[in-house]
Design a binder for this molecule. Structure first.
Ligand code: COA
Ligand code: AMP
Length: 636
């Protein structure tokens, strides 16, 4: 089929407001919007101003009203808990209404702020959608983050309520979430009025009298009463959720997503990028704690009338590298979305795809990869093994949906390995040099997006308009800075090469090395430190710390290394995967005192590197290389 991409992109360029106004027609509005885009509102303008809607209505009630109530909306499959469940749209509506009724009883309403700290279980989605139903704003915190990170978010968000599960299940261990929540609330300045606790059979959490309430008991009571809770009309421009993401400091940024633009963009993407039809099963093997989970486990599939799979397990080890194939075959999954690291793990354990042969994957039409650079080897392996299109697409927590993709629903474009293909409608991608001048095709530069950002993108950072302006909109006037460097080739294909800030991608998880440095520096024996991301065959990148000790260090070097690793695990969380630290005499710096992290990274990755002209003392790089060699790094 000839791709309709070029004509669709041109239609958007010609009439950007009309394009999205048309897309909005696929959804229900309680009050029509006055204008598709109002440039006067917010930091850079806002979409669908004047409109009133409700995201939960569009995800659930709209389908029930249209007679699709009996269709499966959610399939829960947990090799961790040994459990499977299925909910139709009508059943899901009942569950969500019951949770919403409980929330009302706890004083939650329009504009209230609710933090969720829950694993991949249906109740997490019911809770998110119950918030949406009431116009309360949710903020989901990934379970791999430690108490301190949760505390920071409770404070910044000024949470009224925390909804938590008693535990999460990781291979070989039960992660007790509730004690982390208690610890986080203890350490927070803001004290949520209540904590709604879902007790899982694997771990029963202690309850704090007066504050903690039992999820299951209250929800069951509302279900028994048959309490109905209508969807609260909210403004299209009201926030639906806040998702905290790593910034360049330890203070995470709360990305604000609105209701109207978000639902319009996601609904559009399901049909045109992912090529999904209502009634089909879509599986995003991510976690609801990440943006991929928000957009493509929860909101987009439900908005588009698809069945979503909530999988509580890993690509390997639960029980083996055939786990994904089992799920696809069992539920007739039509499209799978995951991070390249998951496929690297599967390939490592089953290089010849023997487990793939054991399942009927004939229903699977495409594999979508995002979250980190998809290395061509992994893409080619997946193509060979599955014989379906393997589509790399590029986006960020800030954008909420793909900036560049190969839009299957519009007709697939030729694949160029190493490129997530072309800009999606809504995104005018430019590549600029550091002075803000456009560079020629094929030339590396800063990738920026011309304002306004399309629907579904962040509106601002929570309580931090100025941080949004200064961090993202000021350096290149009139553009949003993605903080990714790359280039666009002669055919308009985009290539994403590296971050321009301190963010690294470890196993598809976005982490700030700056935040890790802040934690390393808390150790009493550490005088100075640098954390860089080094290449890793499985996780893409892993963090690696270099520590300079104070003169009178009080412990042995091994003790200090061990303590710093534990400190990062306890402060940021196991998800930081911070396991390698090296003690060095000095850090390489420029004459103005800037640590040469880029050069250290090239050395650690075994890449060609040049002695920086501005280096203060070249001998330090020899010292660092000596330590790296001792630690088993292969250097050039
Ligand atoms: N709750 C608590 N702990 C968690 C957690 C959660 N939700 N998720 C991860 N962790 C822990 C892990 O148990 C691990 O702990 P450990 O150091 O004690 O082993 C640590 O955080 C690091 O996790 P991770 O980096 O994911 O490594 P892993 O070895 O457990 O798994 C992969 C490796 C590749 C299998 C796994 O990272 C994966 O499936 N990645 C897919 C990524 C993804 O879905 N990204 C979302 C964007 S699309
Ligand atoms: P996150 O906000 O966690 O989604 O991480 C966003 C960052 O991950 C981007 O800014 C990129 O650096 C990286 N990223 C995401 N998808 C891709 C991709 N397809 N190719 C290369 N890098 C990607």
């Amino acid at each position: 089929m000839q791709s309709r991409y070029a004509e669709t992109y041109a239609a958007w360029e010609q009439d950007p407001h009309g394009f999205w106004a048309d897309a909005a027609g696929a959804l229900d509005w309680f009050r029509p919007f006055d204008t598709a885009f109002d440039p006067q509102l917010g930091v850079y303008g806002q979409w669908f101003a004047g409109g009133e809607t409700n995201t939960c209505h569009n995800c659930i009630d709209r389908h029930v009203l249209a007679g699709r109530g009996a269709q499966a909306a959610l399939i829960y499959d947990s090799p961790m808990a040994g459990e499977k469940r299925r909910y139709s749209f009508a059943e899901m509506q009942r569950e969500i209404e019951a949770v919403a009724a409980v929330l009302i009883g706890l004083g939650i309403g329009k504009g209230s702020r609710v933090i969720l700290y829950m694993p991949m279980i249906p109740e997490a989605l019911f809770s998110m959608l119950a918030c949406a139903r009431l116009g309360a704003i949710h903020s989901v915190v990934f379970g791999g983050f430690a108490a301190h990170e949760l505390s920071t978010r409770i404070d910044d968000f000024e949470a009224d309520l925390v909804i938590a599960a008693s535990c999460g299940l990781e291979p070989g261990r039960i992660v007790a979430y509730k004690p982390l929540v208690d610890h986080a609330i203890e350490g927070a300045r803001v004290k949520p009025r209540h904590c709604l606790v879902l007790q899982r059979p694997q771990y029963e959490a202690a309850m704090t009298p007066g504050r903690d309430v039992d999820f299951a008991t209250l929800v069951e009571a509302e279900k028994a009463k048959g309490t109905r809770v209508p969807c609260t009309p909210v403004k299209a421009t009201d926030p639906l959720y806040i998702l905290y993401t790593s910034g360049t400091t330890g203070q995470p940024k709360g990305v604000i997503r609105d209701n109207g633009g978000h639902m319009v963009a996601l609904r559009w993407s399901m049909e045109h990028i992912y090529g999904m039809k209502p009634g089909e099963v879509f599986w995003s093997a991510s976690d609801i704690g990440w943006v991929v989970g928000h957009s493509y486990i929860v909101y987009a599939p439900l908005l588009a009338g698809n069945t979503t799979v909530v999988y509580e397990g890993k690509p390997v080890g639960t029980p083996d590298a055939g786990a994904f194939w089992r799920v696809i075959a069992e539920y007739d999954v039509k499209a799978l979305f995951t991070a390249p690291t998951a496929f690297r793990a599967i390939r490592r354990d089953d290089p010849d795809g023997e487990l793939i042969q054991q399942y009927d994957l004939s229903g699977l039409r495409a594999l979508f990869l995002a979250g980190e650079r998809a290395d061509p080897e992994t893409i080619k392996w997946a193509e060979r093994m599955l014989a379906i299109p393997v589509i790399d697409h590029w986006w960020q927590t800030e954008t909420g949906w793909a900036i560049a993709a190969n839009p299957l629903g519009l007709g697939q474009l030729p694949v160029k390995y190493g490129s997530p293909t072309v800009p999606m409608p809504g995104y005018a991608i430019h590549v600029l040099d550091d002075e803000g001048h456009a560079v020629a095709p094929g030339t590396l530069g800063n990738i920026v997006i011309r304002l306004p950002l399309p629907p579904g993108n962040l509106v601002s950072f929570w309580n931090a308009d100025e941080r949004f302006r200064s961090g993202c909109l000021t350096e290149f006037a009139g553009y949003y800075k993605t903080a990714d460097a790359g280039y666009v080739d002669e055919d308009g294909y985009v290539y994403i090469m590296a971050r321009t800030d301190d963010i690294i991608n470890c196993a598809g998880h976005r982490l700030s090395t700056g935040a890790m440095e802040e934690v390393c520096a808390m150790h009493p024996d550490v005088a100075e430190c640098a954390v860089i991301g080094v290449a890793d065959a499985l996780k893409g990148q892993i963090p690696c710390g270099f520590l300079v000790l104070k003169n009178r260090a009080t412990r042995t070097l091994q003790e200090i290394e061990h303590e710093v690793v534990s400190l990062v695990r306890n402060e940021i969380g196991p998800v930081a995967a911070f396991k390698t630290v090296m003690i060095v005499q000095r850090l390489p710096k420029t004459r103005s005192g800037k640590i040469l992290r880029g050069t250290m990274q090239k050395i650690a990755d075994g890449l060609p590197w040049k002695m920086p002209a501005t280096i203060d003392d070249p001998a330090i790089l020899d010292e660092i290389q000596g330590v790296m060699r001792e630690r088993g790094f292969t250097l050039t």
